[in-house]
Design a protein around this ligand. Structure first.
Ligand SMILES: O=C(CO)COP(=O)(O)O
Length: 251
């Protein structure tokens, strides 16, 4: 079964308007070389400028988060999936480990956001991953299962049909410590098996990206793993040359 190869950049809370526009323009200029589908996720205030800077390139834009409330209402400081779709986003990251750990998002809250993203017409990028402590205590599989199953329980496995999963081991995020290709493959295969237990067809076409200190140097061996369908890139997505080099590794 064929799955799309996807390389997504999570810019996190970095940059300024000029940097966001320049980065988007440089990525748009190099995107036609890439066989992988490219997505960039800038901070909220720069989304509109990045959508414009990308013009009619094939690069899609995503939010980094969305409200756990539908459409609109008295929710100061929040941004709904409908608003993201309205300004030209096609994707949104849900359940990034920084949201889970720094802002206390539970598996259920992440699952709620996942459903609202889909309702708004966005393709959610569901992040899952274990901490170092959980891995060392042999809990990797149970953590991944709980994070994934919260979504399936709330929305059914069909909700994974137009979705992306990103395996991001917390210990590899921003640490320079990448999962080995074998470690990534084992986690990705486990996640795919979990989905297959509900529906093998959906599992077969579900893109599962790896995230955590991906760089141009380590991307080829990670992306060569059979269940690794691309990457969710943090630090290296802030330099167009690095992001495009990673994209080339996924082609
Ligand atoms: O958190 C990440 C992407 O969402 C990964 O970040 P780094 O690539 O900086 O480790």
């Amino acid at each position: 079964m064929t799955r799309p190869t996807i390389v997504a950049g999570n810019w996190k809370m970095h940059g300024n308007l000029g940097m966001a526009e320049n980065l988007a323009e440089a990525i748009a200029a190099g995107a036609s070389e890439s066989k992988a589908k490219l997505i960039v996720c800038p901070p909220y205030p720069y989304l509109d400028a990045v959508v414009r800077a990308l013009g009619d390139s094939d690069v899609h834009v995503g939010g980094q988060n969305l409200a756990d409330q539908p459409d609109s209402g008295a929710f100061t400081g929040e941004v709904s999936g409908t608003m993201l779709r309205d300004i030209g986003c096609w994707h949104v990251i849900v359940g990034h480990s920084e949201r889970r750990s720094l802002y206390g998002e539970s598996n259920e809250q992440v699952a709620t956001k996942f459903g609202l993203a889909r309702d708004a017409g966005l393709v959610p990028i569901l992040c899952v991953g274990e901490t170092l402590e959980e891995r060392e205590q042999g809990q990797m599989e149970s953590v991944l299962k709980a994070q994934l199953e919260a979504v399936v329980r709330m929305h059914g496995v069909d909700a994974l049909q137009d979705a992306i999963v990103a395996y991001e081991p917390v210990w590899a995020i921003g640490t320079g410590k990448t999962a080995s290709p074998d470690q990534a493959q084992a986690a990705h295969a486990f996640l795919r098996q979990q989905v297959a237990a509900h529906n093998a067809t959906i599992a077969g076409v579900l893109p599962i990206l790896y995230g955590g200190s991906v760089k141009p140097g380590n991307a080829p061996e990670l992306f060569a793993q059979p269940d690794v369908d691309g990457g969710l890139i943090g630090g290296a997505s802030l330099k167009s040359e690095d992001f495009l080099a990673i994209a080339a590794a996924a082609s």
